[in-house]
Design a protein around this ligand. Structure first.
Ligand SMILES: [Zn+2]
Ligand SMILES: [Zn+2]
Length: 288
């Protein structure tokens, strides 16, 4: 059994229950490798990230679990780190000092409201609409271009191990409410971003959270983007972005099916300290 998940949030950030609760669930599902990746501290109020004061405690707790469970499961110490120009990156001092096993790089903030409040596009649909209106003068193209531009800069400048949820910006776009995901200009943004990823050692995450939470019909990124990624031979990693221990492998059956359908033969997981390609297992092994 080689099941793995390396993207999850405990009570140290915006997830529920403790790292140990996640680990117990990982063990009961027979996972052989597991990674903790709570949101890294950012100097913003009320955004669900851990505080700077919590960071050393989190790192100690993961180290302790690593030691205690060494014989049963490989454990890796990570963080999901935002890229916000001049605010936080994978090279911020507190991130470097944390001596992590891996980093997930993510973009959740796309500019600031007039007055300076940072704009999280995923916070709520009202906030999403307000951001487009107040920051981008109602021009959603501009917002989307800024979003993909930030991911490209993050990948070029900081090469995180994993590039999180590539097209999460479509979170509120069911039935193409705000923009056409098939429009040339939009697909070009994705292709350009994938080309940047392909020129680095980054691994593209296939994140099942939107799918099992019924936000979207597909994982992030969707099938079209994954097909382009496969053509560019970009390695992928499957993760659930769990915010509850029950969710650590949710959506993996569908994720694996989609990866196979677009032509992937392997996905990358952390084993023995390095990211390694892993063949897909038989369907029955993956919980729904
Ligand atoms: Zn995220
Ligand atoms: Zn996450």
């Amino acid at each position: 059994m080689q099941l793995a998940n390396h993207h999850a949030h405990s009570c140290y950030s915006d997830g529920r229950l403790t790292p140990l609760d996640y680990l117990e669930n990982a063990l009961s599902q027979g996972l052989m490798t597991y990674g903790f990746s709570d949101h890294a501290p950012i100097d913003y109020e009320g955004i669900g990230a851990m505080t700077a004061e919590q960071l050393p405690e989190y790192l100690r707790e993961v180290d302790r679990l690593k030691e205690d469970y060494r014989a049963k499961i490989e454990i890796y110490k990570g963080l999901e780190v935002d890229y916000i120009p001049d605010v936080i990156s994978m090279k911020s001092q507190h991130i470097v000092d944390a001596e992590l096993d891996y980093l997930i790089g993510a973009v959740h903030f796309v500019g600031n409201f007039p007055g300076g409040t940072p704009f999280s596009f995923e916070h709520s649909i009202e906030n999403f609409e307000r951001g487009i209106l107040e920051i981008y003068a109602g021009d959603i193209k501009q917002m989307l271009r800024t979003y993909y531009g930030l991911i490209q800069d993050m990948v070029r400048l900081y090469e995180p191990d994993i590039v999180a949820h590539l097209d999460r910006i479509k979170k509120w776009n069911n039935n193409e409410k705000y923009f056409s995901e098939k429009a040339d200009w939009y697909q070009n943004e994705i292709i350009e971003t994938l080309e940047v990823i392909a020129s680095t050692n980054c691994i593209l995450e296939v994140n099942t959270k939107g799918y099992y939470r019924n936000e979207t019909l597909e994982p992030y990124p969707g099938k079209w983007a994954l097909r382009q990624a496969r053509d560019m031979e970009i390695p992928v990693h499957l993760s659930s972005d769990a915010h509850h221990p029950d969710d650590i492998t949710k959506g993996f059956v569908y994720g694996v099916e989609m990866l196979k359908e677009v032509g992937y033969k392997t996905y990358h997981i952390l084993r023995e300290g390095t990211w390694q390609p892993q063949p897909f297992l038989e369907r029955k092994v993956y919980p729904v």
